[in-house]
Design a protein around this ligand. Structure first.
Ligand SMILES: [Zn+2]
Ligand SMILES: [Zn+2]
Length: 302
């Protein structure tokens, strides 16, 4: 296990903090908001709209600090909301990217605050096991895939290479563990005085090392956001080796780890709202505190 210590520069406070203080804190100290909950590819079609069609992006605010997990297409709408909320005031955030599959990075070139100004400060955390995130961003915006290149982004960006270990931040500890996914994927555990949230998506069960990792990551967490892409029967029939879990395994993880609340995440593109409703209803036969992530869903801790 590699322990990564970080050269911590300026914490992660918002520069315009006073004006926004009431907004951040009025509904609890730790807020989780889902901006993209779909796996694999965006699905903007009517029968999927209640849960949502954007790919992975979860925002967590702890007091005035902003943490973002994954940059799928939901990252774009988060950017719109931040522009509106900050209204010209500079913002800063920690951005954690679990891995570089399209559904976790596709929103990056469409995130407005990256282009706006040098006073916007982003700390981007990811593993360099395959490529650095900087290289991934440069390549995803290179000709002939995108009309403008990364030089258009004015915001200050600092890239951190993370591995399995612990990142001590300001009032927050982030613990990371590898999950079982083609080309690798990082799971995250965010610990604060107000609660513990685990973001563990894109993980296939069945490998003892990774099964243990995800249970350790989730141990006693208040909220476990977990990959429930498949139905158990779909997984058994044709999706073994594709790197994803199913809702029945999500139930196993929450019960065996002692996590409290389970949020099913990374919904399959072919699972419409009715299918996900059915999954939640079945899952509640095994564990009562389960719901499916939907775009706009907010959870408050502390
Ligand atoms: Zn994914
Ligand atoms: Zn993936």
């Amino acid at each position: 296990m590699t322990l990564v210590t970080m050269p911590w520069i300026d914490g992660c406070r918002f520069a315009g903090e006073d004006a926004n203080k009431a907004f951040y804190t009025r509904r609890g100290h730790m807020r989780i908001k889902f901006w993209g909950v779909r796996g694999s590819t965006p699905t903007p079609q009517p029968e999927n709209m209640r849960y949502g069609g954007n790919t992975s992006c979860v925002e967590i605010r702890f007091g005035e600090q902003l943490y973002i997990f994954d940059c799928g297409t939901g990252f774009r709408t988060l950017g719109q909301q931040l522009r509106e909320e900050f209204n010209g005031r500079p913002l800063s955030a920690h951005i954690f990217v679990s891995h570089f599959h399209w559904d976790h990075i596709q929103g990056i070139p469409f995130f407005g605050p990256l282009y706006d100004k040098a006073e916007n400060v982003f700390s981007l955390h990811s593993t360099q096991r395959t490529l650095s995130l900087q290289q991934v961003m440069r390549e995803q915006m290179a000709a002939p895939y995108f009309p403008v290149d990364m030089s258009e982004m004015k915001a200050r960006r600092t890239f951190y290479n993370i591995d399995q270990g612990t990142l001590p931040l300001e009032g927050v500890t982030v613990r990371t563990k590898w999950l079982n996914h083609p080309q690798g994927c990082m799971g995250f555990r965010l610990e604060t005085k107000d609660g513990v949230v685990v973001y563990a998506t894109d993980n296939e069960p069945g490998d003892p090392l990774f099964d243990k990792n995800v249970r350790e990551l989730a141990a006693g967490a208040d909220v476990l956001i977990y990959d429930a892409q498949y139905l158990p029967e779909e997984y058994e029939a044709k999706k073994r080796g594709w790197g994803h879990s199913h809702w029945r395994e999500a139930i196993n993880v929450v019960m065996e780890s002692g996590a409290k609340e389970l949020v099913l995440f990374h919904h399959d593109p072919d699972h419409d709202d009715a299918c996900i409703d059915q999954v939640v209803a079945e899952a509640r036969n095994y564990y009562p505190k389960v719901q499916a992530a939907s775009e706009g869903l907010e959870l408050v801790l502390g």
